[in-house]
Design a protein around this ligand. Structure first.
Ligand code: SF4
Length: 183
């Protein structure tokens, strides 16, 4: 795949998996195309599907608040998801859907060339780190994906449901801040 224009064009017209059927909009991702930090979630929800933008609902507000606490705003990072179309009823993307969409994410990573990836939730962990990744066990630790340092943490929507996960994710964000400031 070539540059941004070709990538966005392909996502816009993509029908490679069944998620194309019910989408209102594709949600490719947004942010600084030269960001040091790239955040990768699971897939668009209802608000994202309506707006075509990632992380704009309640979980997006929490994510923005956590970014602010480590000295960043969403314009300084690049934010996207494993799948670019909304799974019905916000279900977890199926393997064939994630695998069909993954080349777009890989191209985004290659174009942004971030120094760090923050993987938000078990789905991002599974498809970028491997099927053995376990969010409870592995969050806060450093891995590599495509030669880039990658940390796994909880998805903001899980943090909203479970205060304990929010506290643990907050520790992960502080470790990330430390790494960003010393790299
Ligand atoms: S989720 Fe990805 S692979 Fe599936 S239709 Fe949307 S853009 Fe294409």
């Amino acid at each position: 795949m070539g540059g941004w224009a070709e990538l966005l064009d392909r996502i816009d017209g993509c029908r490679l998996c069944g998620l194309c059927g019910e989408r209102q909009n594709t949600v490719p991702g947004e942010g600084d195309p030269n960001a040091r930090l790239m955040l990768i979630g699971e897939g668009p929800g209802a608000e994202e599907d309506r707006s075509g933008r990632p992380f704009v609902g309640a979980s997006g507000q929490l994510l923005e608040a956590m970014l602010r606490e480590i000295g960043l705003n969403r314009r300084q990072v690049y934010i996207c998801n494993v799948v670019k179309c909304r799974p019905p009823n916000n279900r977890t993307p199926q393997e064939q859907e994630a695998m069909a969409c993954l080349p777009y994410l890989d191209t985004q990573i290659d174009l942004v060339k971030p120094e760090f990836l923050l993987l938000l939730g078990g789905t991002a962990g599974r498809y970028l780190l491997g099927p053995d990744a376990r969010i409870r066990r592995d969050h806060g630790q450093w891995f590599e994906y495509r030669g880039i340092k990658a940390m796994l943490t909880y998805h903001p929507s899980a943090m909203l449901r479970d205060e304990r996960q929010k506290i643990e994710a907050w520790r992960d964000f502080l470790a990330l801040k430390e790494r960003l400031n010393n790299f």
